[in-house]
Design a protein around this ligand. Structure first.
Ligand SMILES: NC(=O)c1ccc[n+]([C@@H]2O[C@H](COP(=O)([O-])OP(=O)(O)OC[C@H]3O[C@@H](n4cnc5c(N)ncnc54)[C@H](O)[C@@H]3O)[C@@H](O)[C@H]2O)c1
Ligand SMILES: O=c1ccn([C@@H]2O[C@H](COP(=O)(O)OP(=O)(O)O[C@H]3O[C@H](CO)[C@@H](O)[C@H](O)[C@H]3O)[C@@H](O)[C@H]2O)c(=O)[nH]1
Length: 456
């Protein structure tokens, strides 16, 4: 099939690349000219394992093309995916201006039957709004072309995006039209070969499914984070509890890892958008609000533990931070727990040496310039360089190379062997036996002040 994907970010680029890998002809469109130029040179704007090879191969073979001209792309295709950002507006609602702009542009250029597929995460009712906008543009032009609007939310995780797209758990298609449903079934047939993974429902149902999935996963995490604080206070090891409950097939092992909070461009934004959707309808989404609040607390937790151990004033102290990305496998730092921690440490007068295997460039671009100019924050080339002369190490992102470090080398390099582990990567007893003063999340020694704002 011939496809156009509008928006060449995490979702758009992965969607376009993966469909071209399956033999479809794909145009990827973006308003960002420099991004499109770099893609034409084979330069991938994001770090996403496996993506570069697919993009370069399919570009060379002519199945994947990049352009800023939506009209040209549309002329050559029958399915138009909208995969632009839906960032949080000031009141927490999803900002739909990019989606609506693309819908207008489609309406201005539509000249044959097409399926318009919304892949962006959008509030319930957006499909209808997209349809109205396209119709308005067609009316302005005095033409009448049939088209269908379909919702096809994306469930990929950053760091595992290609795999998630190629081997989805399910493919949700929100469609009110048999013709459009058939087009979508044909398009996704290869991804649903052995088991029928395609689920067809109404457009509004599909829009809500996406938010509900993210909110459910965020709820599991916030719930476990709250339990981890209680475990720590009770002298219980939350990791034992995690394994104990995960073995219950009704609960499962995934997304119950306690830590220093969830980040990324989706969970925080989507929980807030759902809260906003409920409040707009005079509902009080108590669970969702708590999930969000708990996460804000959780992101402050490492900093609170550090100030309980070292005092509120951290001037003269230096900390190593291992991991800046919001999760391993990506260079994305949107809403990363590392950002809250850096503000706490540097705000209290500390100096920070930070290391991340891939997010250094993102950090230089997105963190305050003054931190780098005044050397309050120094990014190191290697994980061990960040440990030189530090008063403590703080592990924020569980990259694999942090899992089994050379603990002897760590002790030699650090001024004092103090470790704050925001992702429960190490065994507390082993750490203590090796001479580390070790603090984790919900296990081992307790370092929460009784009156902490994060106490529960
Ligand atoms: N990042 C994820 O892991 C993920 C996963 C599933 C769903 N989503 C959802 O998918 C959507 C896209 O997210 P993303 O992370 O890919 O966003 P992104 O910010 O990485 O990329 C969006 C792209 O759209 C482009 N764009 C904006 N307006 C445009 C226009 N009028 N025409 C053409 N291009 C335009 C931007 O230049 C940018 O390159 C969001 O709704 C998000 O919530 C994201
Ligand atoms: O048990 C867990 C699992 C995750 N996290 C944190 O949760 C955040 C989000 O992680 P993850 O879900 O793996 O990454 P995302 O790329 O944000 O993916 C989520 O958001 C996407 C955008 O909507 C969806 O498509 C995916 O299905 C959904 O998992 C990260 O900060 C993780 O560290 C935890 O703290 N504990």
């Amino acid at each position: 099939m011939n496809l156009t994907v509008v928006g060449t970010g995490y979702v758009g680029l992965v969607t376009g690349a993966c469909f071209s890998e399956m033999g479809h002809n794909v145009y990827c469109v973006d308003v960002d000219e420099s991004k499109i130029e770099r893609l034409k040179e084979g330069i991938i704007p994001i770090y996403e394992p496996g993506l570069e090879r697919i993009v370069q191969n399919n570009f060379q073979e002519g199945r994947l093309r990049f352009t800023t001209a939506l009209a040209d792309a549309m002329a050559d295709s029958d399915v138009y995916f909208i995969a632009v950002g839906t960032p949080a507006g000031e009141d927490g609602s999803a900002d739909l201006s990019y989606v609506i702009e693309v819908a207008r542009e489609i309406g201005r250029n539509l000249d044959k039957y097409a399926v318009v597929v919304d892949k962006s995460t959008v509030p319930v009712g957006t499909g209808e709004r997209v349809r109205e906008v396209i119709l308005e543009e067609l009316q302005d032009r005095g033409v009448d072309h049939p088209f269908d609007v379909v919702s096809n939310p994306e469930f990929l995780k950053e760091g595992a995006a290609v795999d998630d797209f190629m081997r989805p758990d399910r493919i949700i298609i929100g469609s009110e039209s048999e013709r459009a449903t058939e087009v979508m079934r044909t398009l996704y047939a290869d991804f649903s070969r052995n088991h029928d993974k395609i689920m067809v429902m109404g457009v509004r149902d599909a829009e809500m499914t996406k938010y509900t999935a993210n909110a459910m996963l965020a709820t599991k995490i916030s719930f476990m984070n709250e339990i981890s604080t209680l475990c720590e206070r009770l002298g219980v090891d939350v990791e034992k509890v995690r394994l104990g409950i995960g073995s219950d097939s009704r609960i499962g092992y995934s997304f119950i890892y306690p830590g220093c909070g969830y980040g990324g461009s989706c969970f925080p934004k989507d929980v807030n958008a759902l809260i906003h959707m409920a409040e707009q309808r005079q509902l009080f989404p108590l669970v969702l609000q708590s999930v969000h609040q708990r996460n804000l607390f959780q992101k402050m937790m490492l900093g609170e533990k550090i100030s309980t151990r070292f005092g509120k004033d951290l001037s003269g102290l230096t900390f190593a931070v291992w991991g800046l990305a919001f999760k391993p496998g990506t260079d994305d730092m949107r809403e990363a727990p590392s950002i809250a921690l850096l503000h706490q440490l540097i705000g209290a007068g500390a100096r920070v040496l930070a290391y991340d295997p891939v997010a250094a460039e993102t950090a230089r671009r997105e963190l305050p310039k003054a931190w780098f100019e005044e050397e309050k924050l120094v990014l190191t080339e290697h994980q061990y360089d960040a440990l030189k002369g530090v008063d403590a190490m703080v592990l924020v992102t569980e990259w694999k190379p942090f899992r089994h470090p050379d603990f002897d080398a760590m002790k030699r390099l650090m001024k004092a062997p103090v470790v704050f582990d925001g992702r429960n990567q190490y065994d507390p007893e082993r750490m203590e036996s090796m001479g580390f003063d070790y603090y984790a999340m919900g296990r081992g020694k307790q370092v929460q002040p009784a009156t902490s704002s994060c106490s529960l």
